[in-house]
Design a binder for this molecule. Structure first.
Ligand code: HEC
Length: 290
């Protein structure tokens, strides 16, 4: 008797739990109002298991980073010589030693890095050499935040790994700025971007749905015609965004393509090895009853 009522009450509890779960799931969409827009596809050559970087695109991407982004963003894990490594933007088959690469020597010398004068001990600035890291535009994070409305520009060395769908996200973010919709309360040092993570519910008093995306302290960094390309590529915000996103994706993982290649080699080896094993198995057991 007691067992039966126990089972019955258990059943009731289970039904209640299932109902509660169902209700909370049904309530999700309203809670998730806002949210960011799904990144657009940049059509990158390096996606997929056989993808490789387009060297011209990486060179253009470096130019955009150097001329535009580097005034706010560090990439402190990058050395100039990395640009000349196999698969990198300035790899030169005739000069495989990255430290001797003539393009990278010239590009490094265009950038000033801080150093200490060995004679006087005074801090000085000098031309960079391939062994140097990319210098930071600010002395420290406090100075960086102070100059940018309170939000320090993050280091871009591994940015493509730090965000979901990295390259497409960076491309979409940079080329996706829109005027803030009427009804969105926006601060003086903030910009609206539909691809930035955030929830704008509490800033929204307009008609209809809460707009997707969030606020970002980075002013739209790119304009058509801002960076000169000498290979005939379009000098547009869209193209600049793609190129610099590709460059950041490469910088976040410069050995990616080499790794894909050796992975393919291993697969081919395993495939052949399986064949050899099978043939020898047939030979060894030939004529043996089993
Ligand atoms: C005037 C300074 C400035 C310039 C120039 C600039 N940025 Fe930013 N960037 C910022 C600041 C400030 C933030 C932090 C924004 C925030 O957290 O709200 C930021 C954030 C970012 C983020 C991270 C967004 C996220 O998901 O958190 C990326 C990616 C980025 N910038 C890429 C770039 C690229 C690429 C360029 C060059 C085309 C560039 N930025 C040029 C100031 C700048």
């Amino acid at each position: 008797m007691t067992l039966k009522t126990n089972i019955q009450s258990m059943k009731k509890t289970l039904v209640l739990i299932a109902l509660a779960a169902g209700l909370s799931m049904a309530a999700q969409p309203t809670l998730a109002a806002g949210g960011a827009e799904h990144p657009r596809k940049g059509g990158f050559s390096f996606e997929g298991p056989f993808g490789t970087f387009d060297q011209g695109q990486l060179q253009r991407g470096y130019k955009v980073y150097r001329e535009v982004c580097a005034s706010c963003h560090s990439m402190s894990l990058m050395h100039f010589r990395t640009l000349a490594e196999p698969g990198g933007p300035f790899y030169d088959a005739h000069q495989v030693n990255p430290a001797e690469n003539r393009f990278v020597k010239v590009l490094a010398a265009e950038v000033q890095v801080p150093d200490i004068d060995t004679e006087t001990g005074e801090p000085v600035m000098r031309d960079a050499v391939p062994a140097d890291r990319f210098p930071s535009p600010y002395l420290n994070a406090t100075a960086a935040a102070g100059a940018n409305g309170g939000a320090a520009p993050p280091d871009l060395s591994v940015m493509a790994k730090a965000r979901h769908d990295g390259a497409n996200y960076i491309y979409s973010l940079l080329s996706g700025y829109r005027a803030a919709p009427a009804g969105l309360k926006i601060g003086p040092t903030q910009y609206y971007n539909p691809y930035m993570a955030g929830d704008l519910t509490s800033y929204w008093s307009g008609e209809g749905h809460v707009p997707p995306g969030g606020f970002i302290a980075m002013p739209p960094p790119l304009m058509d015609g801002q960076v000169t390309y000498d290979d005939g590529s379009a000098e547009t915000v869209d193209q600049y965004s793609k190129d610099v996103a590709a460059f950041i994706a490469w910088a976040s993982d410069p050995k990616q393509v080499q790794r894909k290649r050796s992975g393919l080699g291993v697969l081919i080896f395993l495939f052949l090895f399986a064949g050899v094993t099978y043939v020898s198995y047939r030979r060894i057991w030939k004529g043996v009853a089993h």
